[in-house]
Design a protein around this ligand. Structure first.
Ligand code: PEP
Ligand code: MG
Length: 588
């Protein structure tokens, strides 16, 4: 048995396919100084082609796996624009008269060696990204063919030294039973992506193998425990086959819960809703039993195009979602770009602190043409289902009033056009900025519902950038400051008699359930993949006991105490399916 790092859960049994190393050897070609301009042109052409290719992969990946995971490719695009990396390459061509591919190879080697020297997982991951992007660029400069995977006829266990996000994006999950990598760990991009794709992955096998794995070797692996067997004996094979069958049964059992009502053992009902960003995700949410859509992130409609979507284009999508969801409600959030989300055709200013800058409602209230077009589409869709409209990143009463005034203008324009819509469309806001929490009683007078966005609330309350992996360990959703803010919001909603739900990733951490029960929050909105495991937790929990356990959490002085208390409660009250790791990853 070989012990690696279990990075994506699941049991796989199959024949190995060993991916050849993506390493290039090339002569140290010099260029004639008079041909330098030509060499630069070759370099720029290679960069352009590489960028197009990355954009294409990103788009495909976004549709299959999700917006968050596809952002890995934004990091790749940024490397091709990185002034330090590029000036290193240009310098080698210009000063040493080396061919573009030689300069690229030397620059990759230089930066990878530099990052590898640092004893820091984050930096090591950046080295993998540089290698990945650099190799793509080299491939174009050398006109080399892609490393080909076996034709999709026989499922296989993929074995690689390290797997880049680009390579993973090309894999067909139907044929890749599992993945073994020599390098990497749990937080590698490849591991995150494998988890999203549902492919078991074991990393860190370098130095663990006495003989290298050969294509065709029989492999059994368990991505949960990190154990691998090469050419297993009969007994081991039987053991893993039964583990695989058990895992399959567990998955199927969980899927049976899709139509079961989310109600605690002692009869407290909750409503599980889906966070979606596309029609594909809506289908998944409905498949996993979502009772409606608690958050429709509309950014997706604006991405991968060259201009803003028209009113009619948006209307068709919103109407489709509203009709599909039927009598349950759909909360459509107006555009939340800025921060880490960008549109190719809409130039945002370079900002020192984009998350504190020109983002979400701030852009909408500035670009009222675009905002009104979106609101007209949402209003029109409200005629076809139970549609609600929600504004993101609200930090003042004035913002809500300004947004509502524009909504009233759009209503009048639709009246003039004789277009039907729901005049009483409920209007809500995301509560995700600390200022909103501090004036939450005033905001409650302005709107029909609140949705607590814990992803942003945590980053703004704790001043911990949600995208910065270096401080990810400080991103504590269970921080007492966060819990107090959530409670203030819930109480203000109750006092004002308006609705409140939670749509941040904290809702998807099943351990948080006692907190919601104690505060009396019954609507939880989360990514489709989390719905069944949270429902399973609800069905196995007695609300009375959970509330008792949660009371202490509001008195604790540290995040750790709350996390420990909730984890212990979760373990006491039944089977634990994961420990909220997804919640942390998504927000890091
Ligand atoms: C949030 O901030 O918690 C949220 C749900 O919105 P987003 O993740 O899209 O910012
Ligand atoms: Mg947010």
């Amino acid at each position: 048995m070989i012990q690696g790092i279990g990075a994506a859960a699941g049991v796989a049994i199959g024949k190995a396919f060993v991916l050849p190393n993506w390493e290039w050897s090339m002569p140290d070609t010099q260029v004639n100084p008079v041909d330098l301009a030509k060499e630069f042109e070759r370099l720029y052409e290679g960069i352009r082609t590489s960028k197009d290719e990355i954009e294409f992969i990103k788009k495909e990946f976004r549709e299959v796996v999700g917006v968050e995971e596809s952002s890995i490719f934004d990091a790749h695009l940024a490397i091709l624009d990185d002034p330090v990396f590029m000036s290193e390459i240009r310098g080698i061509i210009e000063r040493q008269y080396k061919a573009a591919e030689v300069a690229v190879k030397e620059a990759i080697d230089h930066f990878v060696a530099m990052f590898d020297l640092l004893d820091d997982e984050y930096m090591k991951e950046r080295a993998v990204d540089i290698k990945d992007v650099g190799n793509r660029l080299l491939k174009h400069l050398l006109g080399a063919p892609e490393v080909t995977l076996p034709a999709d006829t026989q499922p296989y266990v993929l074995v690689a030294k390290e797997l880049s996000p680009s390579q993973l994006a090309h894999l067909n999950p139907t044929y890749v039973l599992g993945i073994l990598t020599m390098m990497g760990g749990k937080t590698s991009h490849a591991s995150i992506m494998a988890r999203a794709l549902g492919i078991p992955l074991i990393a860190g096998l370098e130095n663990k193998l006495s003989t290298p794995i050969q294509t065709g070797d029989m492999i059994v692996m368990d991505g949960e425990t990190g154990t691998v067997h090469i050419q297993p004996d009969e007994l081991t094979l039987k053991d893993y086959s039964s583990r695989r069958a058990k895992q399959q049964r567990k998955k199927e059992q969980l899927e049976l819960l899709a139509t079961v009502q989310a109600i605690t053992k002692d009869g407290v009902p909750l409503r599980l809703l889906g966070n979606i960003s596309s029609v594909k995700e809506l289908e998944l949410a409905l498949k996993y039993g979502a009772e409606g859509v608690g958050l429709f992130r509309t950014e997706f409609l604006y991405m991968d195009r060259s201009s803003f979507p028209t009113e009619d284009e948006q209307f068709e999508v919103y109407k489709h979602v509203a009709e599909k969801v039927g009598t349950s409600s759909v909360v459509i959030r107006t555009l939340d770009i800025g921060g880490d989300k960008h549109l190719d055709y809409f130039q945002l200013p370079e900002e020192q602190n984009p998350f504190l800058g020109y983002r979400a409602i701030r852009i909408s209230l500035d670009r009222t043409d675009m905002f009104k077009t979106q609101m007209a589409a949402i209003l029109r869709a409200s005629h076809y289902g139970s549609v609600k409209i929600m504004f993101p990143m609200i930090s003042s009463v004035e913002e809500v009033q300004a947004a509502k005034a524009l909504l009233a203008e759009v209503k009048a324009e639709l009246d003039a056009r004789n277009v039907p819509y729901n005049r009483e469309i409920p209007v809500g806001i995301m509560v995700e900025v600390p200022a909103a929490v501090m004036i939450v009683d005033l905001l409650a007078e302005e709107v029909d519902f609140f949705s607590i966005g814990t992803n942003d609330l945590v980053q703004y309350v704790l001043a911990v950038d949600r995208m910065n992996e270096q401080i990810a360990h400080m991103y504590h959703p269970y921080h007492p400051a966060v819990l107090r803010m959530i409670r203030m919001t819930v109480e203000a909603a109750r006092n004002a008699g308006i609705g409140v739900s939670v749509c941040g990733e904290l809702a998807a951490d099943e351990r948080s359930l006692p907190l919601w029960l104690e505060m009396g929050v019954s609507d939880l909105s989360m990514s489709p993949q989390a719905l069944l495991k949270v429902k399973h937790r609800i069905l196995n929990t007695a609300a009375a006991e959970a509330k008792e356990a949660a009371k202490a959490c509001f008195r604790y002085r540290t995040s750790e105490q709350t996390e420990e208390q909730l984890t212990a409660f979760s373990q006491r009250s039944g089977v634990t399916l994961g420990k909220g790791k997804e919640a942390k990853e998504k927000t890091s």
